[in-house]
Write a protein that binds this ligand. Structure first.
Ligand code: KPL
Length: 310
């Protein structure tokens, strides 16, 4: 299978490096020419969970040089960077698939707006990764990769199925799901309950479990988000809360993507995560005061670290 990973952030680098190291040919497309040049020169260093480091010599090129032909494009850019990638995606071969790995919501509308629904696959990924430099990524926690079409389809997608096998051979835990929408909602609930708190308190995921105060805040965020999800037809149960606690435990050393963004002075995905819940809550007449508060607080913190809040 011809595979292209789009995005030189933590998730893109993790997938590209592990797939390449298991013998799969893979190319990495970065948003900046500078990073592509550095990767072409140095390859990617992957720090594995056991602390050992491996070198992955990955061919890389910037997005502005266009997308090479492939069977599958792993779209590993943030929601906030999606708009700048969309026009390049409209030129991919008609038989190719795009696997969207975004956190939050909003990407479904954008991607299906330019590609045929049969070309679009969606993923929910709870693997923890940290970008240490443009050529260095650390794998910081095990998780599960679920992927498939957004809505239930009559037939299993052959490229999606082949990628599930490939990902499992590369050491990921991957499963094919016929209908990703419920999992996207659950991932949204997890990100909305974990990420803003880690970003505001500047702590790794696992530390949320260490204080009754953070546990309480996380639980309140979960309950508000669950009420919104239920209003949109998702049946949220106690097990879904337990799953969020498990994600924190399994990625305990991980610095959440939102905290990584704050630390690197990048725009966060808080609008696509907590902002989405506030918006959907408003449309359904459901108040979401906790999500509104963390949304404002993360936006403020983001401005402050960028020096705009002074
Ligand atoms: O998806 C994540 C993120 O950081 O965005 C989790 C699973 C919470 C891992 O940190």
């Amino acid at each position: 299978m011809d595979l292209v990973v789009i995005g030189g952030g933590s998730v893109g680098m993790l997938y590209a490096a592990r797939l390449l190291l298991s013998g799969q040919s893979v190319r990495l497309i970065t948003r900046t020419r500078e990073q592509a040049g550095q990767i072409r020169q140095d390859g990617i260093t992957l720090r594995q969970l056991d602390g050992t480091e491996r070198h992955a010599p990955i061919p890389s090129q910037p997005l502005e040089d266009g997308l090479p032909a492939a069977d599958l494009y792993l779209l590993a850019v943030k929601q906030t960077d999606l708009d700048s990638i969309l026009s390049a995606l409209s030129d991919i071969p008609p038989a190719a698939r795009v696997l969207a790995l975004q956190n939050g919501m909003g990407h479904f509308e954008k991607i299906t707006g330019i590609l045929a629904p049969s070309q679009c696959l969606f993923a929910s990924n709870t693997e923890g990764a940290r970008r240490i430099s443009p050529v260095f990524v650390a794998h910081t926690g095990t998780g599960l990769l679920r992927l498939g079409p957004w809505e239930e389809a009559k037939e299993r997608d052959p490229i999606g199925s082949a990628f599930v096998e490939l990902a499992n051979r590369s050491g990921f835990q991957a499963v094919y799901e016929n209908g990703m929408k419920p999992f996207a909602w659950r991932k949204l609930l997890a990100n909305a309950s974990i990420n803003p708190l880690t970003a505001l308190f500047d702590i790794p995921n696992g530390m949320l479990l260490e204080s009754p105060h953070t546990m309480h805040l996380m639980r309140e965020l979960f309950q508000e988000a669950a009420a919104v999800a239920q209003r949109y037809g998702e049946k949220i149960e106690e097990q879904d809360w337990q799953d969020i606690v498990k994600i924190c435990r399994n990625t305990s050393r991980n610095i959440s993507s939102m905290l990584q963004d704050i630390r690197r002075r990048n725009e966060t995905e808080v609008k696509a995560i907590n902002g989405y819940l506030v918006q959907k809550g408003r449309e359904a007449g459901l108040p979401t005061p906790m999500h509104e508060t963390v949304l404002r607080a993360v936006l403020l913190k983001s401005d402050m670290v960028k020096g705009k809040g002074e």
